[in-house]
Ligand binder design. Structure first.
Ligand SMILES: NC(=O)c1ccc[n+]([C@@H]2O[C@H](COP(=O)([O-])OP(=O)(O)OC[C@H]3O[C@@H](n4cnc5c(N)ncnc54)[C@H](OP(=O)(O)O)[C@@H]3O)[C@@H](O)[C@H]2O)c1
Length: 505
């Protein structure tokens, strides 16, 4: 897709509605489908962004028919939808839902699915177009892909498109992600593969590109001459919930650093794309990810931790090893922090500190650029004792917005300079509500717009940055931190080693 106005004169402010199509969700009875996908489908329908000829198919093992499935979908949509409930919207959607019961190794069930799709072509005019969403355990990807290949369901032709949506984790290391990519690429053509990193569907993440490339103010100082360091944080106050089985095998670095945080790093550090198109943006992100360097002194600059019992919001919180379903001797990390470099002319020498953790004091995701201090201050040293670094903070969630921190004179007859903040909040400046990330991304899949979906080479470059950390950590004990604290002491020491400290968002 191109945005060069000479080649593409469309007004991109106008809503776009996909062509007639079907959405097939494998794993429709799962957590992700209930909490995110089904509500997103309803919200899109409610906003008039689904085509009139649309069908929704669910696939899972439960012994259900279309009626039971429609009931589950209705409950899920009602409970979690972002937009107001309108019965007539649901009624219209409900008339086009189908359920196919079966296990992924059951040839017969896939033949039935192919048959149902063909039938919907006649009854609902879906034009043969379909997107297949793999909302299933990653171990199941191979069998489902093979079934789609066997039945010819994956084949796009000049008359119809067939796309696949793959959920993270995209492998567990570089070799397994390569294997997965090869498998997906053998069945679907590269343009038809949509890898979901739902962070890229968030409004503020897209605003990062607007902030940088639609303004003149920031780009001239967006480099190592002016930026002292960058901190990218994704903190969660929750523990692992009911996902012990998955989390204990995965850990914070594979779950969050490899995908969300490295994607945020790529968008922060990338060069201006030639145009605002999938191809060009992905090309620039890939260049950054390939330029990421891992710390040579891992003992200091790659820290992992695990929460112990503590207090959060006045409530006692269990330690990770006491969580249901977690091995009491588990050495899986629930916190990871690392100092990456980006070896380009723009960023050489600027540390990118990334951290993520569970059971931290609050839920917050932000990108903070800290600028160099003025080379000279024409004030007495005591006047500026309270002056920190100028900072630009992009708040991804919650309270989406941008804050600029700079020094200002304290009112009064003496000269004293202290940090103040200029704050832009989405909620205050705009009346339009932001779509949920899955709403935005599902629509993009149906429209065939891959701008917000990482390419396989990006995934592989990200694993190439994470694998050395995992190798270094293998067999070591994570540093303990108490639930409700901002991570282990070793993470504080990591920044202190370079005369810096973590932000307390
Ligand atoms: N949940 C989240 O918040 C979240 C966030 C990010 C990414 N993800 C990713 O999204 C995917 C789905 O996650 P989830 O949490 O929704 O998983 P889940 O709750 O465990 O759901 C798995 C789904 O797969 C179906 N399934 C499993 N084995 C099957 C088989 N052999 N044949 C047919 N159906 C089978 C299950 O249906 P039946 O048991 O009814 O057959 C169920 O609908 C995973 O790749 C996960 O890593 C999830």
């Amino acid at each position: 897709m191109t945005t060069n106005p000479l080649r593409d004169p469309r007004d991109r402010r106008l809503p776009r509605v996909p062509e007639p199509c079907a959405l097939v969700v494998f794993g429709i009875t799962g957590d992700l489908a209930r909490k995110n996908l089904l509500p997103a489908v309803y919200d899109l329908a409610n906003r008039g962004l689904l085509p009139t000829n649309f069908a929704l198919l669910g696939f899972a093992r439960r012994d259900w028919g279309d009626v039971e499935f429609a009931e589950l979908a209705r409950t899920a949509a009602r409970e979690h939808a972002r937009t107001p409930w309108r019965e007539e919207v649901w009624e219209r959607l409900a008339s086009s839902v189908r359920f196919v019961q079966g296990s992924f190794d059951d040839d017969n069930a896939f033949d039935q699915l192919a048959h149902a799709l063909a039938e919907l072509e006649g009854s609902h005019g879906i034009g043969g177009n379909a997107a297949f969403y793999l909302s299933i355990p990653p171990a199941m990807f191979p069998v489902v892909l093979k079934q789609m290949q066997r039945t010819g369901m994956a084949d796009s032709t000049p008359d119809r498109w067939r796309r696949v949506v793959v959920e993270k984790p995209f492998g567990t290391d570089l070799p397994s992600s390569r294997e997965l990519n090869e498998l997906v690429d053998a069945v679907f053509s590269a343009d038809d593969v949509f890898r979901i990193d739902h962070y890229l569907g968030k409004e503020t993440v897209q605003n990062l590109l607007a902030l940088r490339f639609a303004n003149t103010l920031f780009e001239p100082i967006w480099n190592g001459h002016h930026v002292d360091s960058v901190q990218i944080t994704m903190a969660e106050d929750v523990g692992i919930g009911g996902r012990a089985g998955f989390y204990d095998q995965t850990g914070a670095a594979r779950d969050v650093l490899q995908n969300h945080l490295l994607q945020l790093l790529a968008l922060t550090a990338m060069e201006e794309p030639v145009e605002f198109s999938a191809e060009e943006i992905r090309t620039e992100k890939l260049k950054v990810l390939r330029a990421v360097s891992v710390p040579t002194d891992m003992a200091t600059f790659a820290v992992r931790g695990q929460y112990e019992q503590g207090w959060l919001a006045g409530q006692r919180a269990r330690g990770y090893r006491q969580e249901d379903g977690v091995d009491p001797d588990s050495t899986t990390e629930t916190y990871a922090a690392v100092r990456f470099g980006v070896e380009t002319r723009r960023w050489a020498g600027v540390p990118f500190y990334l951290r993520t953790g569970k059971r931290l004091p609050r839920r917050v995701t932000e990108i903070a650029l800290s600028f160099r201090k003025a080379p000279h201050l024409p004030f007495a040293p005591t006047d500026t004792e309270e002056l920190g670094h100028n900072q630009l903070v992009i708040r991804v969630q919650p309270d989406e917005g941008v804050t600029l921190k700079f020094g200002s004179k304290v009112p009064g007859s003496v000269m004293e300079v202290r940090d103040v903040a200029m704050v832009f909040l989405y909620g205050e400046q705009f009346t339009e509500a932001s779509p949920e990330a899955y709403e935005r991304l599902l629509l993009d899949v149906l429209l065939g717009d891959a701008t917000l979906f990482p390419r396989n080479a990006e995934v592989e470059a990200s694993w190439a940055a994470i694998d050395p950390l995992e190798e270094f950590w293998a067999g070591t004990e994570p540093h303990p931190y108490r639930a409700g604290e901002w991570g282990p002491r070793a993470a504080e020491e990591m920044l202190a080693a370079e005369g810096r400290q973590w932000r307390r968002p």
